[in-house]
Design a protein around this ligand. Structure first.
Ligand code: SAM
Ligand code: DTB
Ligand code: SF4
Length: 331
């Protein structure tokens, strides 16, 4: 879906936009289900990159200390606990610029992925940049989806990060797709971007071929010590509008209402679900930041009469579609 189409949607009166998104949602996702994903930071802090929203960058005094890769047995304990709590997807995040074949840490991660994948949940990793061979090896080890966010528009990206480029992000995403993993890619609202930046981000995401399997929409959690600690909060209606546009632009994707739910009321979250979000991070902690308590989330889903989704153990990457470019051709 191109920028102009997205802009016409975004500018509709709120209820018209939500109504359109709901129609798409009910057609593609009639089950009234929410996917529960558990996140675990397997390697926290000390990252070489300068993403200005991130508490894990070594450049900012955020109070998050650099840690080593968690031991495999501890990660497996957390993965088992996530499964027992009803999570159907386990996502392991590492504060690295990227990973390289043949290094000790990559071999360790491959071993961890193999074990976690035996538990029967969808296995997602987010480890930074990947080349083609790293992507193949992760896929062979059992990764079903790889999270790599484009975060904002190509134009705004250099204002947020200087240590890698938007094209670097797209290259990794291409390598993930070529290896046959599903792509989980989305962004953050609240980085000082305009509404147009959000729509340009969605234009890029909707141009992926195959389309992203999931689209996380994060609301910036302003982390003390980061350049964005004082950023203005995003209006809830803008969050809902962005989710609605994502739902319409990529109907088959899980749209994940991701970071920032602690700052959204139950009513605001219900609005986001109605607008097309059908997945959440579940568990008291994201990577370093807080998330709603699990009991609170279960109560909310019960109040809304929503079911939790069964795991898709055979998760296949969405099929490639004929003749669609990775990113849209310039107008
Ligand atoms: N290092 C890897 C990378 O950059 O892809 C993986 C971890 S990184 C923390 C994953 C994503 O978390 C980022 O792309 C960003 O979208 C999101 N994120 C990080 N800090 C955030 C914050 N303070 N508020 C909202 N989202 C955040
Ligand atoms: C995503 O889009 N959001 C998650 C996950 N992918 C890895 C991370 C959110 C991080 C929030 C800030 C923190 O916990 O430090
Ligand atoms: Fe590092 Fe990822 Fe944080 Fe950027 S978002 S500083 S790459 S952990």
């Amino acid at each position: 879906m191109n920028f102009q189409e997205l802009k016409s949607l975004y500018q509709l009166p709120f209820f018209e936009l939500i109504k359109k998104a709901r129609e798409v949602h009910e057609k593609h996702w009639p089950e009234n289900e929410i996917q529960l994903c558990t996140l675990l930071s397997i390697k926290t802090g000390g990252c070489s990159e300068d993403c200005s929203y991130c508490a894990q960058s070594a450049r900012y005094k955020s109070g998050v200390n650099a840690e080593r890769l968690m031991p495999e047995c501890d990660i497996l304990d957390r993965a088992r606990a996530a499964r027992e709590n009803g999570s159907t997807r386990f996502c392991m995040g590492a504060a690295w610029k990227g990973v390289r074949c043949g290094t000790k840490r990559f071999e360790e991660v491959l071993g961890i992925v193999k074990k976690v994948s035996e538990l029967g949940m969808e296995v997602c990793t987010t480890l930074g940049e990947l080349g083609p061979e790293e992507a193949r090896q992760l896929k062979d080890a059992g990764v079903t989806a790889y999270n790599h966010n484009i975060d904002t528009s190509p134009e705004h990206y250099p204002n947020i990060v200087s240590t890698h480029t938007f094209d670097d992000r797209l290259n990794t995403i291409r390598n993930v797709q070529d290896a046959g993993m599903s792509v989980c890619s989305g962004g953050i609202l609240g980085l000082g971007e305009t509404a147009d930046d959000r729509l340009k981000m969605l234009e890029v995401l909707s141009g992926f071929n195959p389309p992203p399997e999931s689209i996380p929409i994060n609301k910036l959690m302003p982390m003390p010590g980061t350049p964005l600690e004082g950023a203005d909060p995003v209006d809830t209606f803008d969050v809902a509008r962005t989710i609605a546009c994502a739902r319409i632009a990529v109907p088959g994707a899980k749209v994940r209402l991701s970071a920032g739910r602690t700052e959204l009321s139950e009513e605001a979250q219900a609005l986001c679900f109605f607008a097309g979000a059908n997945s959440i991070f579940y568990g008291d902690k994201l990577l370093t930041a807080a998330n709603p308590q699990t009991q609170q989330d279960l109560r909310l889903l019960e109040k809304l009469g929503m079911k939790t989704q069964e795991p898709n153990r055979e998760l296949e990457a969405p099929a490639k579609q004929p003749q669609r470019p990775l990113s849209p051709a310039p107008a």
